[in-house]
Design a protein around this ligand. Structure first.
Ligand code: CA
Length: 416
């Protein structure tokens, strides 16, 4: 696949995240416009509500873009998603006759404020990276029991909180919680082991009825798109609370996502197979075709007042289970899924030491702190640190980017 040329000049640059091939979905506002649906193209945002009002695009009888979320569009289903993408590609292509009319609805990216792109119905977080699960398991339970016995048979996960999913740029308050050292009584106070987790989030676009199972192929069709996701984690709170029911307060305080939903269609040329299966999967989890993607991912740390520095690089193609498999597994018991459900992939780590997707792994539980260029070290995040996730798939002369997923750490609240 090569670059699709657009009359929006900045969309033809080889290093933009948002060429015509991408067309990701976000929600923006300006000093004079209320939050509404927008599409990123080069360094501009296309005002979808204005485009719809102008009669240049219509997905049905009712307007769907003059709202601060993409859920209404999601609920129209995959055939309307394809029609939307086709129409936008026509309107923004180099030879589009509607150029002058559409140009009036473009707003510079520098003038907009970005919001959560969809109403998050529910948030489920998985644990589908084999290198991550092996590394964390080795630290928590020893190398012999690193992978839980169920891990090679199903994508394991837990039900998280939708209420604290926030858009990139939102500050993250260090959580307070119960902490207990090996020879101490529990105490309550600020987490001393605040971490990030590099993940991809899948946005479920259509719903299922309670009791309705899904094939993996059907699940794949239901995915509207993907975002970058930081599953902020308090490791000391987690270590004490997680047995036997898994993470709770250690993860509930915040999850950040990138502001643009990159559609499944835009990622289609970058599909990749999941790794070889060590154990055959049960039929309901077997994937009929490649279901993960070749997406290069980076983690950037910026100390307060300091420079940005890449501390890890990896690729989403390292995952053992795809989002489609996770969604099929989620529905397999009869659990109803909703448009706007968000599924976290699990931390994406590669085999190399600098390809690890969280500080717990990068610093090996604090034993080998990460050295920064300014001379400081990090075992875990400090107040004032900004953590930025970036990602893109690389095509021939273009890339499909996600925009950044960033958050700065604020000090914990004083709490008795
Ligand atoms: Ca996670």
């Amino acid at each position: 696949m090569t670059l699709l040329p657009s009359w929006v000049e900045s969309a033809n640059s080889t290093d933009t995240d948002f060429p015509l091939n991408n067309l990701p979905y976000g929600v923006f506002s300006t000093n004079s416009l209320e939050p509404r649906c927008g599409v990123a193209i080069g360094d501009m945002v296309l005002d979808m509500a204005a485009l719809e009002e102008d009669g240049l695009i219509s997905l049905g009888d009712e307007p769907v873009f003059d709202v601060p979320c993409w859920n209404d569009v999601m609920e129209l289903g995959p055939s309307r998603w394809a029609a939307l993408r086709e129409r936008l590609t026509e309107l923004l292509a180099a030879d589009a006759p509607e150029q002058a009319q559409v140009a009036g609805h473009l707003i510079s990216m520098s003038e907009v404020r970005l919001h959560l792109p969809f109403v998050v119905s529910e948030f489920t977080d998985f644990y589908a990276g084999r290198h991550h699960a092996t590394n964390v398991g080795t630290m928590f339970r020893g190398a012999e029991n690193a992978l839980p016995p169920n891990w090679l048979h199903m994508p394991i996960g837990y039900n998280g909180r939708a209420s604290t999913v926030v858009v990139s740029g939102t500050d993250i308050r260090r959580p307070n919680g119960q902490i207990k050292g090996p020879d101490e009584s529990p105490s309550f106070g600020p987490s001393q082991r605040l971490d990030f987790e590099l993940e991809l989030g899948a946005v479920v676009g259509t719903s299922t009825e309670m009791g309705q199972p899904l094939t993996v192929a059907e699940a794949d069709e239901m995915i509207f798109g993907y975002v970058l996701l930081n599953d902020w984690s308090a490791r000391d709170i987690q270590a004490w609370e997680y047995q036997p029911l898994g993470p709770f307060q250690a993860k509930a305080f915040a999850t950040s996502i990138s502001p643009w939903i990159v559609s499944r269609h835009a990622l289609e040329p970058f599909r990749a197979p999941t790794p070889d299966r060590e154990r055959a999967l049960l039929p309901y989890l077997q994937e009929p075709s490649p279901m993960i993607y070749n997406i290069e991912l980076s983690v950037i740390l910026q100390p307060e007042g300091g420079e940005q520095e890449v501390i890890a690089r990896t690729n989403y193609d390292q995952m053992y289970y795809s989002a489609a498999q996770q969604l099929a597994h989620h529905a397999s018991s009869g659990c109803a899924m909703n448009a706007g459900d968000l599924l976290g992939s699990g931390t994406v780590s590669g085999p190399e030491e600098d390809a690890r997707g969280c500080l717990l792994e990068l610093s090996w539980g604090g034993k080998t702190p990460v050295k920064l260029q300014n001379g400081e070290t990090r075992s875990f995040l400090e107040d004032g640190d900004t953590l930025i996730l970036t990602g893109h798939a690389s095509g021939d002369g273009y890339r499909i980017g996600f925009g950044a997923c960033a958050g700065a750490v604020l000090p914990a609240l004083d709490w008795p």
